[in-house]
Design a protein around this ligand. Structure first.
Ligand SMILES: Nc1ncnc2c1ncn2[C@@H]1O[C@H](COP(=O)(O)OP(=O)(O)OP(=O)(O)O)[C@@H](O)[C@H]1O
Length: 261
């Protein structure tokens, strides 16, 4: 069976508590854009963190190109909701640090400098390269975080609600940028989101998770919209509206959120 990234029979129990994830299995193809959607607390970030190698699965396995994942590595770059830039370094230095770490032994200083600038240009942050995180907006910080992740040339880009803390217009702008970059670079992306429109707009497939405990994959929806995608044109596209409706039905009819007692 094909599958660039394979999640097979993953369970997660934290500290002898309830089973958060129960038997999660998923195959992601190279250059696919997958969204993971589900109610708050169902275990989306836990699943992403297991793929990142930040936490271990209790049972089951994650394979990336047939190699077992059991620690963090530059082949799986993560972008979190709240940027994780070092505040005392400039945008350039934040990206350069990652570039030096990954390519320090393999490429010259001049090449690493060019590669750092190239990735800042990809997210249109080259002009603000000498600014520190405290001097730029939330959207700009996320763009630097994305540049840093892309600069590592990861096999899989893991996005944990990357636009969640942004206002609606900045979010839309950044979604369009990420969509364009993915089409250009062919990245394999796994993104956690709460936003149904974001999931439909960006994804090739939407993975819908059931509520916890023992959350698992309830349904996977193929989003068969051609690319490039235009958010204005899609607003009245019957395929887009149908996908949106199916995700909403899953989340609000079949797997309604139940407040923990
Ligand atoms: N380190 C941890 N130790 C103990 N329990 C944890 C830990 N991390 C997460 N959990 C629990 O696992 C469950 C799933 O959490 P997770 O953050 O993965 O959910 P989520 O779907 O990403 O939520 P949200 O959408 O609100 O971010 C929650 O009940 C949470 O309290």
């Amino acid at each position: 069976m094909p599958g660039y990234l394979k999640i097979e029979g993953v369970d997660k129990v934290f500290n002898g508590g309830a089973k958060v994830l129960g038997n999660v299995s998923l195959r992601v193809e190279k250059s696919e854009f997958i969204s993971i959607i589900g109610h708050s607390g169902c275990g989306k970030s836990t699943l992403l963190n297991i793929v990142a190698g930040l936490i271990p699965a209790t049972s089951g396995v994650v394979l990336l190109e047939e190699q077992e994942v059991n620690a963090p590595g530059p082949d799986r770059a993560v972008v979190f909701q709240n940027h994780s830039l070092l505040p005392w370094l400039t945008a350039y230095e934040n990206v350069r640090l990652a570039v030096d770490k990954v390519f320090g032994g393999a490429s010259s200083r001049a090449e690493r400098h060019e590669w750092t600038l190239h990735n800042l240009e990809l997210v249109r942050m080259a002009q603000a390269k000498d600014k520190r995180p405290g001097e730029i907006s939330g959207g700009m910080k996320q763009r630097v975080g994305i540049a840093r992740a892309l600069a590592m040339q990861p096999k899989v880009l893991l996005l944990d609600e990357p636009f969640g803390a942004l206002d609606a217009l900045t979010r839309a702008h950044l979604q369009d940028q990420v969509m364009a970059l993915q089409e250009r670079l062919g990245n394999t992306v796994m993104m956690v989101t709460h936003d149904v429109d974001e999931a439909v707009l960006l994804s090739d497939r939407i993975v819908m998770m059931t509520n916890g405990p023992q959350a698992t994959i309830g349904e996977v929806l193929d989003v068969s919209l051609p690319r490039p995608r235009d958010r204005i044109a899609l607003a009245t596209d019957p395929v887009y509206l149908d996908c949106r409706q199916r995700v909403l039905q899953f989340l609000y009819e079949r797997h309604r959120y139940v407040e923990a007692a």
